[in-house]
Design a protein around this ligand. Structure first.
Ligand code: ADP
Ligand code: ASP
Ligand code: MG
Length: 408
């Protein structure tokens, strides 16, 4: 008998029939004698619908607190429906919202971090043979207010619960049968990976592979939660996220990620003096806007240009902040572009091989794709390009690094 935390994403619970299917799937685990805790997302499209209604009525004034109350409601619907579905086929089940089991988070509405989970209530339910169905994506802050963990955050709810319960495995059940070398919706010949390291998965997730919420991978790595991505709709082993790959020969590149939810801001003609970066980025950070890539040109005539990327949803707010301080920092011009994309190649094998970057840049050049920014770390290389070339770039890179031929 194992204790398994399963998370079902939006497509998996996209309607009553799908939820019936999930109930049958959960029952099959219960029938095998396993203890199961289920985490659910909202029905597919529901969070988007709620967000757009909230934005529509808010105009310029958006209250992050109220947006969380609104968007968290999607998960309340699916927890109760799945619970009803399980009860109707003779499985004891009970729905739980985040505050009922005290999924404590910090106070940052819209991107809250889980700090603590009280597992007593869940353990008591499990001991009585009940399947707890927990609303993903939501938490509660110290004031008792509803918070949410950011888009895709139900994965993190599941892994955090698995860590707190010391579960034997956390299964992320979704509409693909595992983690692929790249988004299979873009590259048909993408391959499913049987294993991927936490390190690589964390990079891929952080760089835009939607299949796992980055923080869920971080949690799983830190608390050693065995994490598996698998299909809700078909049987199969999926992809196991592991600490080490046992094969000695690592592929140079294991996966390609892309992100189209970023925007670029350039602050041109600022004095090339100590402290300028902090003067520009300090106020942006203070507004809780995350900055991703940063580029400062070599100065000329005592002036320099400073470019950075932010999430597209923060683009307007970041520009507003910079326009507000442009006099203080003596900027000549503030400009931006929100039609950009970031494409990244990731692989632990890169550590020990030179020439990967050149191969990437040659490939993009041969497709006539201009690189606007570059950033590298030990196991990844990211480039910013025009958004309209993103699919072309991903396909070309997949081909050049021969990811379709990766051994199982
Ligand atoms: P869920 O609603 O179940 O959380 P998501 O839409 O968040 O599902 O994530 C699954 C989707 O992630 C897949 O349908 C796929 O298009 C996309 N995806 C992006 N990159 C990858 C990848 N490397 N491997 C598998 N799926 C990926
Ligand atoms: N429902 C939330 C979203 O759409 C959380 C999730 O599905 O993981 O982002
Ligand atoms: Mg998801």
């Amino acid at each position: 008998m194992a204790l398994i935390v399963q998370k079902y994403g939006g497509t998996s619970v996209g309607g009553v029939d799908r939820i019936r299917g999930v109930a049958q799937r959960v029952k099959s685990y219960v029938d095998q004698g396993h203890q199961v805790v289920v985490v659910v997302s909202a029905m597919s499209g529901e969070t988007n619908r709620l967000v757009s209604m909230g934005r529509d009525i808010s105009g310029d004034y958006g209250s992050a607190r109220e947006m969380d109350v609104l968007t968290a409601s999607g998960e309340q619907v699916t927890t109760s429906l799945l619970s009803l579905g399980l009860l109707s086929i003779g499985v004891q089940a009970k729905s739980f919202l985040a505050d009922q089991i005290s999924i404590k988070t910090d106070n940052v509405h819209g991107k809250a971090r889980i700090q603590e989970i009280d597992t007593d209530a869940l353990r008591a339910e499990l001991d009585m043979g009940c399947v707890p169905i927990v609303a993903g994506f939501q938490g509660v802050n110290a004031l008792g207010e509803i918070t949410t963990l950011g888009r895709g955050g139900s994965d993190t709810s599941a892994v955090a619960l698995a860590a707190a319960l010391k579960a034997d495995e956390c299964e992320i059940c979704t509409d693909v049968d595992g983690v692929y070398t790249t988004d299979p919706r873009i590259v048909e010949s993408a391959r499913r990976l049987t294993h991927i390291t936490f390190e690589e998965m964390l990079e891929l997730a952080s760089l835009g592979s939607k299949v796992l919420h980055p923080r869920s991978v971080e949690f799983a790595g830190r608390y050693r939660v065995p994490l598996r991505v698998m299909s809700t709709f078909q049987d199969g082993p999926g992809t196991l996220i592991t600490t080490e790959k046992d094969d000695m020969e690592q592929p140079l590149v294991s996966g390609i990620a892309h992100a189209t939810d970023e925007a670029k801001i350039t602050v041109a003609g600022v004095p090339d003096l100590p402290g300028i970066a902090s003067k520009i980025l300090g106020p942006v950070g203070a507004a809780n806007i995350e900055v991703d890539m940063i580029l400062q040109n070599t100065g000329a005539d005592g002036l320099t240009d400073f470019t950075f990327t932010v999430k597209r949803q923060d683009y307007d707010a970041a520009q507003k902040i910079l326009k507000g301080i442009s006099k203080d920092i003596n900027a000549r011009e503030i400009s931006g572009d929100n039609a950009i994309a970031k494409v990244s190649i990731v692989g632990v094998g890169m550590r020990s091989h030179a020439g990967v970057a050149t191969k990437m840049f040659d490939c993009l050049a041969s497709e006539n794709i201009n690189i606007q920014m570059i950033s590298t770390s030990e196991i990844k290389i990211s480039v910013v390009i025009a958004e309209r070339y993103v699919e072309l770039a991903v396909r070309a890179l997949h081909n050049v690094f021969e990811l379709q031929n990766l051994p199982e």
